[in-house]
Design a protein around this ligand. Structure first.
Ligand code: NIG
Ligand code: FE
Length: 405
């Protein structure tokens, strides 16, 4: 008789060894803005970081992964995307590159296609984009609605989003849909009433596009407050196409983040810096892919950082203003065009995104953090900006599970 099969013990710990540069984002653990440890190792157990430090002191583990001198960093925390949609707007992009300005009205093209799409199609499209983002190192992705703009269509977009992420945002107040063209306040009533009631159970956040051509300050405030009354936390799209009240509204309403910030006045920068000093901060989430893809100026990241504001970088992946899921591209643009140092940009794309989502379990690699980890095909994180356009993600773990590479 064959000997009885020996039970295979489950893999309970993994040692990632010979890390050339470990980005912890914990300045108490290592050097510089990124808390970098050279010659490091890291142990994952039960989906969390159980140990990290110099490799000479690493404890034993069940399985060893050889980083072979490469860089290990926290997965990207992309705190702004609109990946639930149907259709494409490549022609609009082409026209824009030949000089046509970007306008919020283009959103309605995607609304029409999204309303026509089945639930399965919407979930399929979003799932493909999530996988695309993950393969490029994004381990936390916020996903917004905003292309349904009716009670039923917003709700089904949020159901799809909730299948993919815990960071779901209700953006019924994206633009006024065509059927409310002549009654924008009637649409705000709907958003703050029946739509919110149907949508709030599927979301964590409420967002509003506060901009000329979308919603004014008073309308935006109504939506944010109605959302908060239903237990949603506020975030804002502001100051994308011009100066305006978005940033200050976000700070006044205690939003976790105000996103775009392309056109800022000194008072906006000061308000963001004050919020950071008093805490919890309203994070300035910069979306350089949008400015790239809409031929806009880039935000003044240097002014924000020098004033003491908190800064995040996110993709804003969407079919209109920016159809990229690449956080590495955002980092490269932020360094080249926005005068962020490579370290500031990498931190903003990881720990910054976590702060914009008010999360302390992601965006860092220190004991207790989620094991959301990227192994780069590069010796240090500067390479993300130094080698623009080149895929450099060798492996990705989410909650300790290998999900790419
Ligand atoms: O974040 N600013 C508003 N909404 C999106 C653009 C959506 C679109 O053009 O379809 C943004 O850029
Ligand atoms: Fe957006």
């Amino acid at each position: 008789a064959p000997p009885p099969a020996r039970p295979v013990p489950p893999v309970s710990s993994v040692l990632i060894d010979d890390i050339g540069a470990l980005v912890t984002n914990d300045t108490a653990l290592g050097a510089g803005d990124l808390g970098e440890v050279a010659g490091a190792a890291l142990v994952v157990e039960s989906g969390r970081v159980a140990w990290c430090g110099p490799r000479s002191r690493a404890p034993a583990a069940d399985v060893r992964v050889d980083a072979a001198g490469r860089c290990v960093m926290p997965g990207f925390v992309d705190s702004h995307s609109h990946i639930v949609f149907a259709g494409d707007r490549s022609r609009e992009f082409g026209d824009r590159m030949s000089g046509r300005p970007y306008e919020a009205g283009g959103i309605r093209t995607t609304v029409a296609a999204t309303r026509d799409a089945s639930d399965a199609e919407l979930l399929g499209n979003a799932t493909r984009l999530l996988r695309e983002a993950r393969a490029q190192g994004t381990t936390t992705l916020e996903v917004k609605s905003g292309y349904g703009l009716s009670v039923a269509d917003e709700e089904r977009c949020l159901r799809a989003a909730a299948r993919l992420t815990g960071e779901v945002t209700f953006l019924g107040a994206h633009v006024v849909p065509p059927e409310y063209e002549d009654d924008p306040d009637g649409y705000v009533d709907l958003v703050a009433g029946a739509m919110l009631e149907a949508c709030a159970p599927h979301a964590r956040w409420v967002d509003v596009f506060c901009e000329r051509g979308a919603f004014d300050e008073e309308q935006a405030r109504r939506v944010l407050r109605a959302g908060r009354d239903r237990g949603l936390l506020p975030r804002v799209h502001g100051n994308q196409l011009g100066r305006g009240p978005g940033v200050r509204l976000a700070v006044q309403e205690g939003a976790a983040s105000v996103d775009h910030c392309t056109h800022l006045e000194d008072a906006d920068v000061a308000a963001l810096a004050d919020s950071a000093a008093e805490g919890p901060a309203t994070v300035a989430t910069l979306l350089p892919g949008v400015d790239f893809s809409t031929r806009q100026p880039y935000p003044d990241a240097r002014a924000l950082l020098d004033a003491g504001a908190r800064v995040a970088l996110a993709s804003d992946c969407n079919p209109g203003s920016c159809f990229t899921s690449s956080m590495a591209l955002c980092i490269a643009l932020a360094v080249r065009e926005m005068r962020m140092t490579p370290e500031e940009a990498v931190r903003a794309a990881t720990a910054g995104g976590a702060e914009a989502l008010r999360r302390d379990d992601v965006g860092r690699l220190s004991v207790g953090a989620r094991a959301d980890i990227v192994l780069l095909e590069a010796p240090n994180p500067v390479y993300l900006a130094y080698r623009p356009g080149v895929p450099q993600v060798a492996a990705v773990w989410k909650d300790g599970e290998l999900v790419a590479g």
